[in-house]
Ligand binder design. Structure first.
Ligand code: FES
Length: 191
């Protein structure tokens, strides 16, 4: 092998190694961003004032947060939606308001479409394959002759609590939003 050819090969190899060293942080940044977007995305948010929730009705609220794609952070994006159903009128427990709230992820456990509220029947309905759920989130079994409920489990119940705002003394519903795997009979957090 001629000396000039050998030098060309060596400088080519060195160039590739340098490019890899410089590029690695960028590549890992991209993969980290993608990993964050795919994770269960746990977020705790105040989503509604208790006084704005009618008893026995479903109210949809968005979960707002920052979304990061490979290069940009979008600070105020809708990252998910939650259905709130207030179970009873407010009752006091000591100084604390007490009212039971169901908070359900609006993502259908079947294949992930957005579950809607069927106002006529006052129940939940997924328009994609017509899964039906009660206001308690449980699957409603199809009547004889109807299409079977395709959802493998009930709507995904999220953790929620009532908090009193220190400044205004208003009672808010706080929800911890999480994403779950679809198509499974058990509730499993997204990896
Ligand atoms: S995605 Fe909801 S019923 Fe299929």
């Amino acid at each position: 092998m001629r000396r000039r050819t050998l030098l060309k090969i060596i400088s080519g190899c060195l160039g590739s190694i340098c490019a890899a060293i410089v590029g690695l942080p960028g590549i890992s940044f991209v993969f980290e961003a993608l990993r964050k977007n795919g994770a269960s995305g746990e977020l705790t948010r105040r989503v509604a004032r208790l006084k704005d929730l009618p008893v026995g009705k479903a109210v949809a609220v968005p979960i707002i947060g920052a979304r990061q794609d490979a290069w940009t952070v979008h600070p105020d994006e809708v990252l998910g939606r939650v259905w709130l159903v207030r179970q009873n009128t407010e009752a006091k427990e000591g100084d604390q308001p007490k009212s039971e709230i169901f908070a359900f992820s609006a993502t259908c456990p079947h294949l992930g479409c957005a579950v809607q509220h069927d106002a006529k029947e006052n129940r939940f309905l997924c328009p994609c394959h017509r899964a039906i759920f009660g206001l308690d989130g449980e699957r409603i079994t199809a009547k004889k002759g109807d299409q079977q409920n395709p959802s493998p489990r009930a709507m995904d119940l999220l953790s929620s609590r009532l908090v009193t705002d220190e400044a205004t003394q208003e009672v808010w519903v706080e929800v911890t939003y999480q994403k779950f795997e679809q198509g499974l009979t058990k509730k499993v957090l997204k990896a």
